[in-house]
Design a protein. Structure first.
Length: 285
């Protein structure tokens, strides 16, 4: 690539992506019978921002419904101006949106208000949703199910560890973000729930992203299991007996949360084949 071509590409990129850049298109961009060179460049600028805005709308249906379309667009455009896209794929466009909302929340200098936290938490959950959808999943892998596991575990099973699904994520929110987002994605118009700490497991099963609500104890137990704790060792931190923790683990196995379980006495993990080649793009909750 010649140096002149490189400079021209960098100039055009700056001119389209950053409206604050002072560019002189005359002599590079030709005018037409209707538009000046500057107007033609501005047309590219507007089209580019609109395409990014459309992507932000698609990634954040819940936040858009919560805020209303016009207010959401204002927040999204402010983010796009502050953090221009640097990736070849739009999938990464919203990576910093929640952080931007947190850095620009209006109550930074005073007492924290509830509604900015609700916005930020929903933005984080929707980003997690997008990442899980695009992440490596467990489709066509061998996964354990409750039917493969004993209803009455012996000590070896209670001392088991798990290998979580690679696409499993645990999210803590300041309001019931999981049920709210699930309802929006089903096409409903749910009322905004009152602020209250809530927890959700985000996973993908047979190409469908799932949002599974958890209570505080479930979240604590599952989080410790995901980080390598034995079932009986994690149970007290969740406020349950090992037998109850085992019951929860069996249920989570049916939600495809685990790639394998490893009883203390076994060398070979317990797995079962579960696959579905059909691609789906909706929420199961």
């Amino acid at each position: 690539m010649s140096e002149d071509l490189r400079q021209l590409q960098e100039w055009l990129w700056a001119g389209i992506t950053d409206p604050s850049v002072d560019v002189a298109p005359d002599g590079v961009v030709r005018s037409s019978s209707r538009l000046s060179a500057a107007q033609r460049l501005d047309l590219y600028r507007r089209s580019y921002r609109l395409r990014l805005l459309e992507a932000m709308r698609a990634f954040h249906p819940g936040l858009r419904q919560m805020l209303g379309h016009e207010l959401f667009d204002e927040f999204a455009l402010d983010y796009i101006r502050a953090r221009p896209s640097r990736s070849y794929t739009l999938q990464r466009l919203g990576e910093g949106f929640a952080d931007h909302l947190a850095a620009t929340r209006p109550d930074l200098d005073g007492a924290p208000e509830a509604w900015p936290s609700v916005m930020i938490d929903l933005a984080r959950l929707e980003r997690t949703f997008a990442e899980v959808y695009d992440a490596r999943g467990t489709e066509h892998e061998e996964l354990p199910a409750a039917g493969d596991l004993p209803a009455d575990p012996d000590p070896g099973w209670l001392a088991a560890t798990v290998t979580p699904a690679s696409c499993l994520r645990l999210v803590r929110s300041s309001f019931p973000a999981g049920p709210y987002l699930s309802a929006v994605r089903r096409g409903e118009d749910p009322p905004l729930p009152a602020p209250a700490e809530s927890f959700v497991a985000v996973n993908r099963r047979d190409y469908v992203v799932t949002l599974t609500p958890l209570d505080a104890g479930d979240y604590e137990l599952l989080d410790r299991l995901v980080h390598g704790a034995q079932i009986e060792a994690a149970a007290p931190f969740a406020g349950v007996e090992p037998a109850e923790a085992w019951r929860l683990v069996r249920g989570w196995a049916d939600h495809a949360f685990f790639r394998s379980l490893h009883p203390e006495r076994r060398r070979t993990p317990i797995v079962r084949c579960r696959s579905n080649p059909a691609v789906k793009e909706h929420v199961s909750s």
